[in-house]
Write a protein that binds this ligand. Structure first.
Ligand code: URA
Ligand code: SF4
Length: 204
């Protein structure tokens, strides 16, 4: 069956793909979100960071990783000496899935079928950017990128080689660090930096 991305020419760049994703309703998430939040960064980037899905703030702003998780990611990139504008930053799922609790829009994890439906866009981003390596931030990104189950806590800091040869570094999603016990945050952040540092050779 035809997918939304099949209507976008094969030689389309990121801007044209972003427009296409705005019209996508290939899974139910697209109905309730404000807008699709596509990846951002140079098409010539050697490193791609992949998160889960836009959050409340990203959904409203239309840009990936601009909320609390994004702030922690920015802090990590600063510590690592990774200029954010040299990295392509995106998500496995392009629309925000949430549950209303009063006035609050609470994050909901995407279902496997939704991750699979949205993979068409991440695949197109990979075709355009052709990164040398990818960082999977959390289990949803890992599941989207690697065709076997990945235990994030067991495999964090390790590279997984895909069947197409692309290397995927497994680590935690920043929201996992934000949810952790406050007295352990500093150590958890340092450990996260140790994971991410494995990808430093692909930056700059
Ligand atoms: N969490 C994500 O996975 N991606 C974002 O863009 C924001 C929060
Ligand atoms: Fe399409 Fe992905 Fe949005 Fe679902 S989440 S409607 S597959 S862009």
């Amino acid at each position: 069956s035809e997918r939304a991305s099949d209507r976008i020419p094969p030689d389309a760049g990121i801007a044209q793909l972003r427009e296409g994703a705005q019209l996508c309703r290939d899974c139910p998430i697209g109905e309730n979100a404000t807008q699709a939040v596509f990846g951002e960064g140079p098409a010539a980037a050697r490193l791609m960071l992949v998160g889960e899905q836009p959050g409340d703030r990203e959904d409203l702003a239309g840009h990936p990783f601009v909320g609390p998780s994004g702030h922690l990611l920015d802090k990590a990139m600063q510590e690592l000496g990774w200029p954010r504008d040299s990295i392509y930053v995106t998500n496995a799922v392009k629309h925000f899935k949430f549950e209303l609790r009063g006035k609050r829009r609470m994050h909901k994890s995407p279902a496997q079928q939704e991750i699979e439906a949205c993979l068409q866009w991440l695949d197109r981003e990979l075709d355009v950017v052709r990164p040398a390596a990818i960082v999977a931030l959390g289990a949803i990104a890992a599941r989207a990128l690697v065709d076997r189950p990945v235990g994030v806590m067991r495999e964090r800091g390790n590279w997984i080689k895909r069947t197409d040869g692309l290397r995927v570094l497994i680590t935690l999603h920043p929201s996992a660090l934000l949810r952790g016990p406050p007295q352990e945050r500093e150590a958890a952040f340092a450990k996260w930096l140790d994971d991410l540092r494995h990808a430093s050779r692909y930056v700059g």
